[in-house]
Design a protein around this ligand. Structure first.
Ligand SMILES: Nc1ncnc2c1ncn2[C@@H]1O[C@H](COP(=O)(O)OP(=O)(O)OP(=O)(O)O)[C@@H](O)[C@H]1O
Length: 773
């Protein structure tokens, strides 16, 4: 029956129900119950003209929601987008005049009744901030909400048959731990410390709760059996035995936690003395059945509603509250109060019949940041709140879609927020879920409220499936990630291990609590894990060698390619510079030629005399030469002595005078010509000087080009050196490849060594265990 279980962790009632009630499982389906509660206007709201008749309660199930003038919905409808009025139906509508008692009777009494019969329940209040969620769940000291009223009803139900010992404690998601005396004492002291932390304030317990509580503590639970020892093997009742049970005993344990900024905090943790000390963050774990539970969450055994109220007070003190513009005491976190009811058979030695859980969740208010004037920490909170509510909405929408066989099944993002992760089992058959929609009728929050109502309209269409039977806690098929079956820890074997284990989930999130495994299971698991480790190491080594080899090859290849690329680049550069040099030479040559040609042309132009002028000048010169010759001949003839000296003298004088005049004229002409020639010579000299200068410039340019050429040659030499270096690298690549081959050989040797070592180890171990036996 339970032999394989550890001594102090009792099997879940699930197993009990499978053995004892098999065949009686009856799957039920019903739409998710969604109740609407409308909050009355406060005085301030009425003064602020918030009452603009937005909400009309048509009947017990239907309301019409009309957009006020200044709402975005009205503006949109004026533009032709959307409607100014919407109608919504609910399981039941509770108007502003509904009392706490009426609301409880109309919503919770049925759920609590089912709960005391063994059905799990989840109730969550959804609404904008300041819509009355906390008021609905907790109420006020004088007029308790559904939580204290539920506790009342539970304690009323178990009145006179309460199991007062603390030695059976709920643990994990659906297990019960049998505590020894020391552990019981620890539990008692935890409770005492917790209660001591609550200052002795005026005992303002909730009206209904306290009134009923007074007489609830059974006088020592007269029929409660005493356990012989802490390791008492628990018995599990069969169906027949259960039928024979005259009455059952019950033990109530509660927990209170909050999800704040996506972190889970135990609200029953006594706050650290130092204010700056951080609160302990709790993690969500999964047990063997794949059911989520919060690890290290405190479960406190309570004897009466009074104690429960104290617990609630302590939790509320630790809760993350803040003052937003819309609510002075706004809940900035989702808080969950859970009650676990252990049902025990009233035998000499009590057996566990089952555990049922009722969780009441006060969701943080959905809000628009600008409305609540949020910034800083408040803005971050609002982001997290809105995100988790958005995911809740997505899950509900996906659940609804998946009900339609015609549509493609949608992915349900349960795992995307802590809230939905904890809600998941309730939407997958763990129990009945129920939603309370809280709204106010204020015109200023019309748009947000409309959003809430639309969300609830989708939720109302979700069909829940759950098993209707007593204390059938968790159905066997539990969902792991993405709705897959969860892998049980004791299923782990080399064959069963999923090939593609998803390691992307954080360890903290996906941890399987190994403390729930037996010693043998642990040994088995260790063996399997050892083998896995060796195989993993081998494959890692092989992979490393392979990677090294591939890396070396790739490096060598890269080096070769680089070398090639560099050589090609060098060749190209060489060609390019040579071409450039040649073209520069040609350019200079052309320039010099052109210059010389230009100079000569200029000279020719400057000295150009038209041919007619030249011929006329030549004729003049010839004529002059002729006349000079004639004059010389005459002069010679005149030199012969004459007969009349006077006449001769006169004639001589006359002739010499003429001669001298002619000669002077010729001299003048010659001087003029000389001057002209000198001028010409001067200008020619100047031009020659200029040509020389230009030639000098050309020479300089040529010299520079030569220098450039030299530097290029030097660059070429450097590049060649670089190529040599690259070649050296390539050689090193070869060497690396050789090292890799060597490593591979070493690996082979190690493998052989490991396998022989492993064989030896197994033999030794077998011998060891044989000795033990
Ligand atoms: N049905 C009701 N009758 C009378 N007063 C109510 C009712 N519901 C809510 N209130 C009052 O309205 C105020 C806001 O309610 P409550 O704090 O419960 O809102 P909430 O939705 O929990 O807000 P938050 O999300 O910001 O925590 C409180 O002062 C509460 O007493």
């Amino acid at each position: 029956m339970t032999e394989s279980m550890s001594h102090d962790v009792l099997p879940s009632p699930m197993e009990l129900s499978e053995t004892s009630h098999s065949g009686e499982h009856q799957e039920m389906q019903e739409p998710l119950k969604v109740y609407l509660r409308v909050r009355p206007f406060s005085k301030a709201e009425l003064e602020n003209n918030e009452n603009q008749g937005c909400l009309i309660i048509e009947n017990e199930e239907t309301v019409t929601f009309q957009a006020p003038k200044e709402s975005a919905a009205m503006r949109n409808s004026d533009k032709g987008i959307g409607q100014p009025a919407h109608q919504f139906t609910f399981t039941q509508v509770f108007g502003p005049d509904t009392s706490q008692h009426e609301f409880f009777e109309g919503t919770m009494s049925e759920i609590v009744k089912a709960y005391t019969d063994g059905m799990n329940g989840l109730v969550f209040a959804y609404g904008v901030t300041n819509s009355g969620k906390s008021f609905t769940i907790q109420g006020c000291p004088k007029d308790g909400g559904i939580l204290p009223r539920s506790l009342d009803m539970i304690f009323n139900h178990i009145k006179g048959r309460q199991y007062t010992k603390m030695n059976l404690k709920p643990c994990f998601s659906n297990m019960i731990k049998q505590l020894n005396d020391i552990q019981v004492k620890q539990e008692e002291s935890i409770k005492a410390v917790l209660f001591a932390s609550l200052k002795e304030e005026t005992e303002s317990t909730w009206k209904g709760a306290s009134a009923l509580a007074a007489s609830d503590v059974p006088s020592g639970s007269c029929n409660s059996p005493t356990f012989a020892s802490e390791y008492l093997e628990p018995k599990f009742v069969s169906a027949e035995l259960l039928d024979k049970c005259q009455r059952t005993l019950a033990s109530v344990w509660v927990s209170f936690f909050e999800i704040y900024n996506e972190y889970i905090y135990d609200l029953l943790d006594v706050l650290p003395a130092m204010k700056h000390q951080k609160r302990k963050v709790l993690r969500i774990c999964e047990d063997q059945g794949g059911n989520s539970y919060i690890k290290d969450l405190k479960w406190i055994n309570i004897k009466n509603p009074d104690e429960a109220c104290k617990i609630l007070k302590i939790g509320n003190k630790n809760k993350s509250l803040a003052c937003t513009r819309m609510n002075q005491q706004s809940s900035r976190s989702h808080s969950v109060f859970s009650i676990r009811l252990l049902s025990l058979s009233d035998e000499d030695v009590p057996n566990i019949i089952g555990v049922s859980e009722l969780s009441l969740c006060d969701l943080a208010g959905s809000e628009r940041c600008h409305k609540t004037q949020t910034f800083g920490d408040r803005l971050k909170e609002a982001g997290n709140i809105n995100n988790s509510l958005l995911i809740l909405g997505k899950c509900i929408a996906a659940l609804k879609q998946n009900q339609n066989p015609k549509l493609r099944p949608a992915y349900i993002p349960f795992r995307e927020s802590k809230l939905t992760r904890l809600f998941q089992p309730f939407f997958c058959g763990k129990g009945k879920a129920c939603m309370i929609v809280n709204i106010n009728q204020c015109a200023s929050t019309y748009d947000e409220t409309l959003h809430v109502l639309k969300f609830s309209a989708i939720a109302k269409q979700v069909i829940q499936t759950f098993q209707h039977k007593m204390f059938d806690y968790f159905p066997k098929k539990h969902f792991g990630r993405e709705g897959n079956f969860a892998v049980h820890f004791d299923d782990i074997s080399s064959e069963h291990l999923p090939e593609d284990t998803d390691t992307s989930f954080s360890e903290a999130e996906e941890e399987i609590d190994i403390t729930i495994l037996s010693h043998e299971d642990l040994l088995k698991t260790t063996e399997i894990l050892k083998e896995k480790l060796i195989a993993e190491r081998q494959s890692k080594l092989q992979l490393e060698v392979q990677i090294r080899k591939e890396m070396a090859e790739a490096m060598f290849q890269q080096l070769m390619e680089t070398e090639k690329a560099w050589s090609k680049r060098l060749e190209d550069l060489k060609e390019c510079y040579e071409e450039k040099l040649e073209s520069k030479f040609e350019m200079y040559k052309e320039a010099i030629k052109k210059h010389a040609y230009m100079c000569s042309m200029q000279q020719i132009e400057e000295h150009y005399v038209p041919i007619e002028e030249f011929l006329a000048e030549q004729a003049k010169v010839e004529d002059r030469d002729m006349r000079i010759l004639q004059m010389e001949q005459k002069l010679e003839q005149n030199c012969v002595p004459s007969k009349n000296p006077n006449l001769d003298t006169i004639e001589g004088e006359f002739n010499s005078d003429i001669k001298s005049k002619a000669m002077q004229r010729a001299l003048e002409a010659l001087q003029k010509q000389c001057e002209e020639k000198e001028e010409l010579i001067k200008s020619l000299k100047l031009k020659i000087q200029k040509s020389n200068e230009m030639l000098q410039e050309a020479n300089n340019a040529y010299r520079k080009a030569g220098e450039e050429n030299n530097s290029l040659k030097q660059e070429l030499i450097l590049k060649e050196l670089e190529v040599k270096g690259l070649k050296n690298w390539a050689e090193r690549g070869h060497e690396l490849e050789a090292t890799v081959t060597h490593l591979q050989e070493q690996l082979e040797e190690r493998k052989r060594f490991l396998s022989t070592e492993d064989l030896k180890y197994r033999k030794v171990k077998k011998g060891f265990f044989a000795n033990l036996k």
